[in-house]
Write a protein that binds this ligand. Structure first.
Ligand code: C5P
Length: 221
């Protein structure tokens, strides 16, 4: 029998990369596929939660029973999330998106010809969505943030996520080929406890993550 213990809970998930346009066809992005975030949205819906998925550009189908809001840039993603927390109390915010840290300082409406492309592109930092929601008047009850690392300093990665306001952290080791692949391995930090989740299909991993989070919170999400 499915465990519907999150019935009535509101879960907000960000997923995918963001796309930071420089002209209509060019921009900055990253290799995130959105699969892990979509799997988390599906796993939360399976537990009975009302799930809103704010997704950067991906080619993935929306999981059954999930409301999806498609966005492009980090600023669009932040605006969509702010809109949702203003409309409804969010119990759990799962910040899985690989948000681009920077965007081109200016973007142009017309496609630039080869000769018009500057040698250097000026960049501006993007807002941090976790930090913004943490500081907002409508802070979600719980914030779960992710770190994708290639050099494995766990303590530093967890401290970085806590510093921006996350209650819980999930670390992915990029050396396991998580980004863009169909499998992932992760470590979950919740209330001074640490769970190592072995490499598995991203949906199985998402279910395991939410299971451990729920047990860590004694079902009180
Ligand atoms: O600092 P770093 O980018 O490694 O932090 C990753 C975590 O922060 C992820 O949970 C990601 O979704 C979130 N993040 C965000 N807004 C940004 C950058 C990252 O919400 N601009």
């Amino acid at each position: 029998l499915a465990n519907k213990s999150w019935a009535g809970r509101q879960v907000l998930v960000t997923a995918g990369p963001t796309w930071e346009a420089w002209d209509p066809v060019r921009g900055l992005s990253n290799r995130a596929s959105g699969r892990q975030g979509y799997a988390l949205a599906q796993a939360a819906a399976e537990r009975g939660a009302q799930v809103t998925l704010v997704s950067g550009p991906t080619s993935l189908p929306c999981p059954r029973g999930v409301r999806r809001i498609a966005v492009e840039s980090a600023r669009d993603m932040l605006a969509a999330c702010e809109n949702i927390v203003q409309q409804q109390r969010v119990d759990l915010f799962i910040a899985n998106a690989a948000v681009a840290d920077h965007r081109p300082a200016s973007s142009v409406r017309d496609k630039q010809g080869k000769g018009e492309i500057p040698n250097q592109l000026a960049l501006l930092p993007n807002p941090d969505i976790v930090r913004s929601l943490h500081e907002s008047a409508e802070r979600p009850r719980y914030l779960l943030a992710f770190a994708a690392e290639t050099h494995g300093d766990e303590e530093r990665a967890v401290a970085k996520l806590r510093a921006k306001g996350a209650d819980f952290a999930v670390l992915n080791d990029l050396r396991s080929g998580a980004m863009g692949g169909s499998e992932n391995a992760a470590v979950l930090y919740c209330s001074e406890r640490r769970w190592e989740l072995p490499r598995s299909d991203k949906l199985d991993l998402a279910r395991a993550l939410l299971h451990h989070l729920d047990s860590c919170l004694h079902g009180k999400i």
